[in-house]
Every structure is written in C-alpha cells, then in structure tokens.
Design a protein around this ligand. Structure first.
Ligand code: IPM
Ligand code: MG
Length: 355
C-alpha cells in the first residue's frame, strides 16, 4: 500500500516520541511491503517562532494533501506563564482541529495486565477496564464567543452546541457501542446547563435508531467520581469538548502512566493521531519521555485509517511485550532500571522484526 503521512512533531517531547513512531513505521513498511511518504510540518510554538502562526497555511496544505496525520505535542512554558500572550501554541491545535473538521476525539483507556500495580487505583477495581471516550472536539466552550468587558475586569466564555453537532458525535458513540459491549453513557450537566439539556434530548431521540444499545445519562461530576471507584463499569462515553478534556486526563492515569494512551481525531477529512499526553517541557531532551502513547497512536492510525489490522496488531503486541518484560521509561520505573525513549523504540522494532 502507498501511504502519505504528514508528521507534525510539535513542541517539547513531541519530536522525541514521534521519532520512535517513525522508526516503528519504517520497520512495518519494510516487513509488510508498504511505501510510506513522510512530510514534516510545523505546528505549535515552533511554528510561531518560524511564521508567527501556530498552524501556518503551509502546514494545513500538507495535512490536507496527506492520507493521515501523526501529531506529537504542543505547548511551551514561555506562553503558559504569560496570560497576555496574543498568539499561543494551543491555538494551533484548535485551528488545526477546526480547519480539518476533526470533530470527534477517540480516547481509549485500557489496562495492561502487567502494569496493574502501577495504577493509583486498587487492582480489583481496574482489572478489565476498557473504556472509549468519544469527545466532541470542534465545538462547545472551546469555540464559543469569549472576551473581556469593563476595562478588562470582566471575562466570559460561552458554550454553544447545535443539534447537528450533537447528532454527528452521538452517531460515532452509538456506532462504537454497537461494536463493543452495547453500552453508551452520555455525560453532561443537564441539571444546570442548557447545552447539556439539548445533548440529552438529542441523544434520547436517537435511541430508537439503535434498539440494541443501552444508553445511560450521567452528570459529569458523578462520572468523575465513578471513573475512580469503578472504571471497569464504563464502556463508550460521549461528551462535550471541555468535559471530555478533563475526564480523559483523569482516565489516562488509571493505566499507570499518562505516557501510555493514544488517541485519534476523526471527522470529515483525513484523521489525526496523537498521544494523549502534552509537551512535558521539563523532560524535553532528557531521553526519558515514554514513546508508547505515540507508538500506539500509530497503531490506531494503521487500523482506523488504512485497515491494516495485522500491522496494527503486531505493534500492540510489541508494546505489551515491552511492558511485560519491564523494558520501560522512568515514568513506569517498574524494575528500577530505566530505559531511554530510544531504547523502548528499539525494543519494539526488534519485536516486530522477529515476530
Ligand atoms: C488535549 C489538550 C488540548 C485541549 C490543549 C493543548 C488545547 O489538553 O488535547 O486534551 O484542551 O484540547
Ligand atoms: Mg487535555
């Protein structure tokens, strides 16, 4: 197969972890006879430095012309500590999601049996956890009207959703629920928010089209609690942009490290794959960043965008094997020997070559 991939490594540890995925991709291409064309583009702080724009047109064109996008991370402390900064790296990510029409963010939370004791939660509560968050990604409070009034002493952000936006994200949730355990949870704050009431009424009206799916409706605060108490009780969850942002960070550490979980952003055009973690500036250049979330994002890409099941599967097996054999970066310091970002990438490649 011929595949064109846009590589946007971004900021912080983004390039280090993305490099491992590229190594893995090249190894897969060789083993399974695929022709891969990689094109690199700038996004985030690095793009602001070069173009004064965190998502320049040249990067957008590259994304549109590719079959899929592999993204690293975005963010730089020099902007975090400057609330007055007019241009911020994060705007690049939001602009990219909007312009590419990536309205659904799929974020799995799975448990690796070999890492059960790394979880902050008791083993018997997390065993068997396999959750899929479907987070709305191009609407809500992230994209509503915002501003300042009264000489800058008053600020507002507005949350807005249209029925169409809710229907298209809910459809994705229902379809995944169909393929999984047929349970769908709609997470909202319908006891307070009007947008949540529209979510609830819209999803309720769609239930008749999916008679095999059991739908539950839960308030986001209660979900935040139950995710810690009984994570394994959830399967597919659909939720708005901000609630999804918060809940998926909470859920990502259940597996033992935030450095493990991948994600896919899908929508009207080609899809984007990225680790759930951020740019982790404190670790940049130290060779300690865990590349697994990025490598598993590549695996999702091969499966979702190109239907390359065997290729995706072998990457997942290689990752599981590295964890089982405690070949890990310091965030998982399971046997007191730390391996570097590159070491873990190399281990995974060796496994793929030999299996
Ligand atoms: C995420 C991140 C982004 C978000 C930031 C960097 C804008 O936290 O992908 O979850 O809030 O969506
Ligand atoms: Mg986030």
């Amino acid at each position: 197969m011929k595949i064109k991939i846009a590589v946007l490594a971004g900021d912080g540890i983004g390039p280090e972890v993305t490099n491992q995925s590229i190594k893995v991709l090249n190894c897969i291409a060789e083993k399974y006879n695929h022709k891969i064309k990689l094109s690199e583009g700038l996004v985030g702080a690095i793009a602001i430095d070069a173009y004064d724009d965190p998502y320049p047109d040249s990067t957008h064109k590259l994304c549109v012309d590719s079959d899929a996008i592999l993204f690293g991370a975005i963010g730089d402390p020099k902007y975090d500590n400057d609330p007055k900064a007019k241009i911020r790296p994060e705007q690049g990510l939001l602009k990219m999601r909007k312009k590419l029409g990536l309205y659904a963010n799929l974020r799995p939370t799975i448990i690796f049996e070999s890492l059960l004791d790394m979880s902050p939660i008791k083993q018997e509560r997390i065993s068997g956890t396999d959750i899929l968050f479907v987070r709305e990604l191009t609407g809500g409070i992230y994209f509503g009207e915002r501003g300042r009034k009264d000489n800058n002493n008053y600020a507002y952000d507005t949350c807005e959703y249209s029925k169409e936006e809710i229907i298209r994200i809910a459809k994705i949730g229902f379809e995944y629920a169909k393929k999984r355990t047929k349970r769908l949870c709609c997470v909202d704050k319908a006891n307070v928010l009007e947008t949540s009431r529209l979510w609830r009424e819209t999803v309720q009206s769609m239930e008749k089209d999916y008679p095999e799916i059991t739908v539950s409706y839960e308030f986001v605060d209660a979900v935040a609690m139950r995710l810690i108490q009984w994570p394994s009780s959830y399967d597919v969850l659909i939720t708005s942009n901000l609630f999804g942002d918060i809940l998926t960070d909470e859920a990502s550490v259940i597996s033992g490290s935030m450095g493990l979980m991948p994600s896919a952003s899908i929508g009207s055009g080609n899809a984007l794959y990225e680790p759930i973690h951020g740019s982790y500036p404190q670790a940049t250049g130290k060779k300690i960043a865990n590349p697994i979330a990025s490598i598993l994002s590549l695996s999702m890409m091969l499966d979702y965008s190109f239907k390359l099941k065997d290729e995706s599967e072998i990457i997942n097996r290689a990752v599981e094997d590295s964890l089982k054999n405690k070949y890990t970066t310091p965030d998982l310091n399971v046997n007191k020997i730390d391996y570097s970002t590159d070491d873990v990438g190399d281990y995974i490649i060796d496994f793929i070559k030999n299996n």
